[in-house]
Design a protein around this ligand. Structure first.
Ligand code: FPP
Length: 252
């Protein structure tokens, strides 16, 4: 048996190219809104508002580039500890974003998905999101996934809890818990793992984002603050990705 034919349990994205292609799935940590606001002498919420413009620009650029899945870290489980006024402002902004951009989602045939502990979101936000998700559920070409009240450890814990309940109910044996069976219990198991993770504002941290799914992702960090991030910045990240060689733990 040659080294390459040894089977491995590591879940790979089908058809994932090792280099040179457009990433099928891009995940973004949209960081630097607060610093942008401070730099401009504005309240923090202005940074988030300008950040929403960057979201629209990136949505266009991703569609243009042929990226099929775009996951944005919009609100983490840790963000609940921010001042109430900032949380309320972010929730208002989120509702406004969904209301204002649903037409564009339809025009571009983009399906909206949410991952995270969405039950923790205010009722009105949950309702708006549920409506937009339902109305775009039939689009299969491109997806916008918003991570809301999301934490990578929370997601893994939730998956473990669901599996444990199934073992207790006699539906699964402990020996059935393989990597791929576990992945089936994550929030959106049908979505392939991200190929590229972009983080803005120059921080080299994962911040509890997609801990399971980013195992083999390429990372791209830029000093640009999220509210300043536009199509050209996204295209730079695409170019950098195209020059990477992905080996997935294999040899050349
Ligand atoms: C991190 O910047 C950003 C957030 C916690 C929120 C991200 C939200 C948006 C971009 C708003 C719009 C999003 C959607 C989907 C409508 P930070 O506040 O931690 O910045 P700092 O590190 O400079 O303080």
């Amino acid at each position: 048996m040659t080294k390459r034919s040894v089977s491995t349990e590591v879940k790979r994205n089908d058809g994932r190219a090792k280099h040179g292609n457009t990433p099928r799935h891009v995940a973004i940590i949209m960081d630097g809104n607060g610093r942008w606001a401070e730099k401009h002498g504005l309240p923090r919420i202005s940074g988030h508002e300008e950040g929403a413009k960057a979201v629209r620009a990136v949505l266009r650029a991703a569609k243009e580039a042929g990226v099929k899945y775009l996951t944005l870290y919009a609100f983490s489980v840790e963000n609940w500890s921010r001042p109430k006024s900032e949380i309320d402002g972010l929730m208002r902004l989120l509702r406004r974003f969904v209301q204002k951009n649903e037409d564009d989602l339809h025009k571009n045939q983009i399906r909206l998905r949410i991952i995270g502990r969405t039950e923790d979101l205010p009722e009105a936000v949950q309702q708006d999101l549920a409506g937009a998700m339902e109305r775009t559920a039939h689009y299969s070409d491109s997806q916008l996934i918003l991570a809301l009240s999301y934490g990578g450890r929370a997601e893994i814990t939730d998956a473990a809890r669901r599996m444990a309940a199934r073992v207790k109910a006699g539906e699964l044996e402990p020996g059935d818990i393989t990597e791929s069976a576990f992945a089936e219990h994550l929030y959106a198991p049908d979505i392939p793992d991200p190929d590229l993770m972009i983080r803005t504002s120059g921080e080299y941290r994962l911040s509890n984002f997609l801990l399971w799914q980013l195992s083999y992702a390429e990372f791209y960090v830029t000093d640009v603050l999220w509210p300043d991030f536009r199509e050209a910045d996204f295209q730079k990240a695409m170019k950098a990705y195209a020059e990477r060689e992905r080996r997935f733990g294999d040899v050349r």
